[in-house]
Design a binder for this molecule. Structure first.
Ligand code: NAP
Length: 252
């Protein structure tokens, strides 16, 4: 099936999984808006994409702030056209055991992952329903199944699965699908920061994780970007409300 070019937004697209996903979607011919907290970082990723022959812009926005979200989404529509692919990827960690977890640690994680995905999806759905076509992909995590030190993060990532299924039910009749990817251990700054927090060398941390993963390696951003690209595809129009674990095995 031919793939008409679309306009995609990737939040948290300045680095890690988001940046790789933005490049992948651009390589598929879509115009991509890289949205991230820091505008200069978002623009740097957009420049890499344009240097590779793609179309991209970088915008600064905090996904947990409704005004910034509305402004960013209207700017994308004005500069690139109606956004019909949304990857809710922006994320933060504030890991701590429950007894040491502050209210701020809890709220920050909920704000970025849950409120962020809600605000972005709400801002973009009007364009998608008007076009009669849309693809939303949310970044869950295998932490949704529970993970020590991540009461906040695992709750948010499980919540994103509920959001995904509800968006699939509400928006399906408008040609919009919603799916989630739930990565296991992926090599990014996020897992680097976790290694630092637990006082481990990153190589040792990765090797220890890989030993417990059935395919005997940790994941790369490309592993996740490939699955996200599938969900955004024309051909994936009958796949909705699903959660795909990308963890080198059924669980980690
Ligand atoms: P990362 O390297 O830390 O990148 C996250 C990006 O999100 C950063 O560019 C960050 O900006 C941006 N961001 C944070 N808060 C934001 C906000 N309020 N508004 C806009 N952008 C914001 O993370 P990653 O490892 O690529 O993870 C991407 C997604 O996958 C996250 O949702 C994460 O929870 C999920 N995930 C990751 C793994 C893994 O092993 N890495 C596993 C499962 C799920 P700054 O750099 O300015 O803070």
């Amino acid at each position: 099936m031919s793939q008409p070019p679309r306009v995609a937004i990737v939040t948290g697209g300045a680095r890690g999984i988001g940046a790789t996903t933005a490049r992948k979607l651009a390589a598929k011919g879509h115009a991509v808006a890289v949205v991230d907290l820091n505008e200069a970082d978002a623009e740097a990723t957009a420049k890499t994409i344009t240097a590779e022959g793609g179309t991209a812009i970088g915008l600064g926005a905090d996904v947990s702030d409704s005004e910034q979200v509305e402004t960013a989404v209207s700017t994308v529509a004005e500069r690139l056209g109606p956004p019909t692919i949304l990857v809710n990827n922006a994320g933060v960690l504030r890991d701590n055991l429950l007894f040491k977890m502050s209210e701020d640690d809890w709220d920050t994680v909920m704000q970025v992952h849950l409120r962020g995905a809600f605000l972005m999806s709400r801002a973009v759905q009007g364009y998608m329903t008007k076009e009669g076509w849309g693809r939303i992909v949310n970044l869950s995590s295998n932490s949704a199944l529970g993970n020590r030190g991540q009461a906040n993060y695992s709750t948010a990532k499980a919540g994103l699965q509920g959001l995904t299924k509800t968006l699939a039910i509400e928006l399906g009749k408008f040609g919009v699908t919603a799916n989630a990817v739930a990565p296991g251990f992926i090599i990014t700054d996020m897992t680097r920061a976790t290694a630092e927090r637990v006082g481990m060398d990153y190589e040792d941390f990765k090797n220890a994780a890989a030993a417990n993963i059935p395919v005997r390696r940790v994941g790369r951003p490309e592993d996740v970007a490939a699955a996200i690209a599938f969900f955004t595809d024309e051909e994936a129009g009958f796949v909705s409300g699903q959660v795909l674990y990308i963890a080198g095995g059924p669980r980690t």
